[in-house]
Design a protein around this ligand. Structure first.
Ligand SMILES: [Zn+2]
Ligand SMILES: [Zn+2]
Length: 422
């Protein structure tokens, strides 16, 4: 045990050297993925490159086809110890790229029946390249490595196409977190909201749950001049839209955690003088607490139906649970803070606010303690609050984040493994 700090620090230095040495290839991988983005459950080319790379590194196991296109690699260190998992997502978005880059995406693909531009507008190209490089860096240190590292390359983080399953939940169902089961999992996301190479973290609830809401108000079609002859679902829908905001503002204890309810679409009717039979609305519900999540769902359903009943309309409420709350295990976060501080450098590790976006990394965190961190990608001369955010066609990544990403994942993995046996 007295030898561990010396061994650990020399391993740390070797990781940093190896991470810097791989930078040119890391950038080349990222640019290749960026120029060839693939949508959720269609990451065939990306997954093939990942699997070939892991096999070339001589990993002990490489599983492909996990949750359609996922790849899981296992690296066994020469010394006994626990198991840690590192995760990257591989999918791109239906966004037509507007960034002026020599490797900008010109790819088009089918998405739920429409031809769309495809772009790595959430930066998952960087995540995939970072984890490939991390695997290479850690494989080069196998002789001094305690325990095992599992590399999880995940499809469809941005939800699979309609009617398909996929993503983290399906990878877990197909055994990605078993044989061996990791003791912890780490993941990262690049973000425009932080300056280049600033590392962001947050213990506890960090990203929101995200659930789909679909409400259909059933009225009775009639002449627009004679509303009393039917039931008007448009006026009822207006009452429902306003009423649902009171679930958040009047019925939810916002001192505990914030919550958001948004109605994003509302469709009904064909012409000005016909009151239609029905109106359909779709929305999203975001929470930071699983109990509040269920409570809000129950209240939304009850209130929408009660409002409709007041006008003798019918109301069908359908809430589809997508991603749970991303909760960083407080003890694990605390334990890894020195590692993050060392990777980030003085003054460059920051506690970030909660994010109302969601992540299916949360499913992995339901299996084992996990920590999901953020790495800034906005150049120093730009204001992170004003640049195009993730998911924008103008989302831009300063590639100096890549080595930081590799160092973050590699050091988190090694320090966790060393710490667990110390
Ligand atoms: Zn995204
Ligand atoms: Zn993302």
């Amino acid at each position: 045990m007295s030898q561990a700090p010396v061994a650990a620090s020399s391993l740390a230095a070797q990781i940093d050297t190896a991470a810097h040495a791989i930078e040119a290839r890391l950038i080349a991988w990222r640019r290749d993925f960026h120029a060839h983005p693939e949508l959720g459950n269609r990451e065939f080319r990306t997954a093939g490159i990942v699997a070939d790379h892991l096999r070339a590194l001589g990993l002990d196991e490489v599983r492909t086809g996990v949750a359609h296109t996922g790849v899981v690699g296992l690296l066994k260190g020469a010394l006994p110890g626990p198991v840690v998992a590192l995760r990257a997502d591989m999918d791109a978005l239906p966004v037509a790229e507007e960034v002026d880059l020599p490797f900008a995406s010109k790819v088009k693909a089918d998405w739920n029946g429409a031809q769309v531009g495809v772009m790595h507008a959430c930066g998952h190209d960087t995540h995939t390249a970072i984890l490939m490089a991390t695997a290479e860096v850690l494989a080069s240190q196998r002789a001094g490595l305690r325990g095992s590292v599992k590399f999880i390359f995940q499809p469809a983080e941005e939800l699979p196409p309609e009617g398909e399953d996929g993503g983290a939940k399906m990878m877990i169902e197909e055994g990605a977190m078993a044989d061996p089961k990791p003791d912890a999992i780490f993941g990262l996301h690049v973000t425009s909201r932080l300056p280049i190479n600033v590392v962001g973290y947050r213990p506890g609830p960090t990203m929101a749950s995200a659930d789909n809401l679909k409400i259909t108000v059933h009225g009775s079609q009639t002449h627009g001049a004679m509303p009393w002859a039917g039931v008007d679902p448009i006026v009822v829908s207006a009452q429902v839209v306003l009423g649902l905001q009171t679930v958040i503002s009047r019925q939810t204890d916002l001192t505990k955690e914030p919550a958001v309810l948004t109605i994003g679409t509302i469709h009904g009717g064909l012409r000005e003088n016909i009151i239609p039979d029905s109106v359909e609305m779709r929305g999203t519900i975001r929470t930071f607490d699983e109990e509040m999540r269920d409570d809000i769902h129950e209240r939304v359903t009850y209130l929408a139906q009660a409002i409709a009943r007041g006008s003798r309309a019918g109301c069908t409420v359908c809430i589809k649970k997508n991603y749970p709350v991303t909760v960083n295990d407080p003890a694990l976060t605390d334990a890894m803070l020195p590692t993050l501080a060392r990777v980030a450098g003085p003054g460059r590790l920051v506690l970030v606010p909660k994010v109302t976006g969601s992540e299916d990394f949360s499913f992995f965190q339901q299996v084992v303690p996990g920590l999901f961190i953020f790495i800034g990608v906005t150049p120093e001369d730009k204001d992170p609050s004003k640049v195009a955010p993730n998911h924008s066609p103008r989302f831009y990544v300063d590639e100096r984040c890549l080595v930081t990403g590799v160092r973050a994942l590699a050091h988190l993995a090694v320090d966790f493994l060393e710490r667990s046996v110390a």
